[in-house]
Design a protein around this ligand. Structure first.
Ligand SMILES: [Zn+2]
Length: 345
């Protein structure tokens, strides 16, 4: 749901125990009890198409389900943009008011072709966070490559010899292969290995980028900006921050924002952390230059006033949005009882 990594201090067991009861209270009761009317749902993509490069990473809703999600949000919350969040930073009392800030990570082309028309029709603003290295399909997030490999294995039954070769390659990365899904254990530092495995299966990533164009182009993003959508950065290459040096983290953060400001004429420096902002301490926040930044810890407060936590909506496409949001509220109340509703950095 946040590209595969999520450190949330509520255990999956507690979530499982309490989830069935989430519907007992109404959304407005949850808002009153929690004192938190501001929610920030986020997605990667919404599509009616089969997307082999995303399919095996997380579940994305189709357009019909997405419209239903929007209806729930619109019936219970007012849609807001980044300016509203800036107001909340200077006036924290505002967080009590019902509002939702919608965003999309990774800059996938379906935002332009499928999502934006629905949002325009319904009058909902949204912010898209792009990886600057991937704009114009210049290169591709390593996890998309992994999904393409898994798709090939699952749908085209490779030869025994190919599987044997993949097994051997994975062993070097310390991964024991028992099914295609084990490939999801590959990380940002395994790029070379991912390429080697793709070669075994005759998958050509450059060809895929050229033909399928999974990411939006500069022109498409410019057009969306003109239509009123806001553009933020999501790092240059989508690394997992805890595994790269601080120098690299700062460059990935600040340079990607410089690119967005420069290329798309944006008034605000907006940044959503790739994967997660977990483990980023106050000193790091002091070194980056953002107006607003965003994590993926679901419904939580943050000791960094202009860093907002968002709720991943790709938990399960079959689960109604209302249940996802209410579960998050219920877990927030439990965290509050345990004094763990705020991330202290
Ligand atoms: Zn991402």
């Amino acid at each position: 749901m946040n590209d595969g990594k999520n450190e949330n201090n509520i255990s999956p067991m507690i979530r499982k125990i309490f989830q069935p009861f989430a519907n007992l209270l109404s959304t407005s009761t949850y808002i009153n009890l929690s004192g938190k009317g501001l929610i920030l749902p986020f997605y990667h993509t919404v599509s009616d198409q089969y997307l082999p490069h995303i399919k095996h990473l997380y579940q994305y809703p189709n357009l019909k389900i997405f419209e239903k999600n929007l209806d729930y949000f619109l019936n219970n919350f007012t849609p807001v943009g980044p300016d509203y969040l800036l107001d909340c930073v200077s006036n924290p009392e505002k967080i009590k008011n019902n509002a939702f800030f919608l965003s999309f990570d990774d800059g996938f082309s379906q935002f332009y072709s499928e999502v934006a028309p629905i949002l325009q029709k319904k009058g909902v603003p949204a912010t898209i966070f792009i990886n600057t290295n991937f704009v114009d399909n210049k290169s591709m997030f390593f996890r998309l490559k992994v999904s393409l490999i898994i798709d090939e294995i699952k749908n085209n039954t490779p030869t025994k010899a190919s599987i044997k070769a993949i097994e051997n390659d994975l062993r070097y990365a310390g991964i024991a292969y028992s099914s295609a899904n084990d490939l999801k254990k590959l990380t940002y530092s395994d790029e070379e290995l991912i390429l080697k495995i793709a070669n075994v299966l005759n998958i050509d990533f450059s060809e895929f980028l050229k033909k399928e164009k999974p990411y939006m182009s500069t022109d498409q993003i410019k057009e969306l900006a003109k239509k009123g959508f806001t553009i933020g950065a999501h790092s240059k290459s989508h690394p997992y921050y805890p595994t790269i040096s601080e120098e690299q983290r700062i460059a990935e953060t600040n340079e990607s924002m410089d690119f967005v400001i420069d290329k798309f004429n944006q008034p605000l420096r907006l940044f959503s952390f790739p994967f997660t902002d977990y483990a980023m301490d106050k000193t790091f926040f002091d070194k980056i230059n953002t107006d607003l930044s965003f994590g993926t810890a679901n419904l939580k407060s943050d000791s960094i006033q202009n860093n907002f936590q968002r709720i991943g909506m790709e938990v399960s496409v079959n689960e109604h949005t209302e249940k996802i949001i209410k579960t998050e509220y219920m877990l927030f109340l439990i965290k509050k009882l345990m004094h763990r509703e705020t991330i202290n950095r």
